[in-house]
Design a protein around this ligand. Structure first.
Ligand code: DLZ
Length: 154
């Protein structure tokens, strides 16, 4: 029986990173985490390309463009949605999640989901490199693993 798993090797791979400017106190940390994780696994600095977008709502479109460009082995989507007093959060969160998945399935390029959806800013801080790890780094590693795994099928 052959069992395949994607290895965490970034050598020779190219990554697009889309990051939302909204809540940039948090998203900058997610970006740092993602870049740090990729470099720690031997991705070259010049193989990383970052595109800033206004908010999480715009992340899926840009992630799809990057995926479609054929220039990247994988894309990392980063944002931070914090529940507010309005229903804006619920509407955007559900749409962003499914739009990112749809873009990934449409293009066949891994797009890792690193958009935080939290009730409070404190919860977001915890997930952006303090108590609960860095979800940007985790998303980057998921992208790296998938990119390596998919190479086995191409
Ligand atoms: C408008 C809005 C609100 C209320 N909250 C957030 C948020 O918590 N996180 C985020 O990334 N973006 C937010 N936005 C901005 C939208 O994502 C989008 O950029 C605007 O509605 C313009 O299309």
């Amino acid at each position: 029986m052959r069992v395949n798993e994607g290895r965490l090797i970034g050598t020779g791979m190219r990554f697009g990173i889309v990051v939302a400017r909204w809540n940039d106190l948090i998203t900058r940390r997610l970006l740092d985490g993602a870049v740090g994780a990729l470099k720690a696994h031997d991705a070259a600095e010049e193989a990383l390309e970052v595109a800033w977008v206004p908010g999480s709502f715009e992340v899926p479109l840009m992630a799809r463009e990057m995926a479609r460009s054929g220039r990247f082995d994988a894309v990392v989507a980063l944002g931070c949605l914090i529940r507010g007093a309005t229903d804006h959060y619920a509407l955007i969160a559900a749409n962003v999640t499914s739009a990112i998945q749809q873009a990934m399935l449409e293009t066949g390029v891994p797009i890792a989901f690193g958009v935080l959806t939290t009730d409070t800013i404190e919860q977001a801080i915890e997930r952006a490199g303090t108590k609960a790890g860095n979800k940007g780094a985790e998303a980057a590693l998921a992208a790296l693993e998938l990119a390596n795994l998919m190479k086995l099928y191409r």
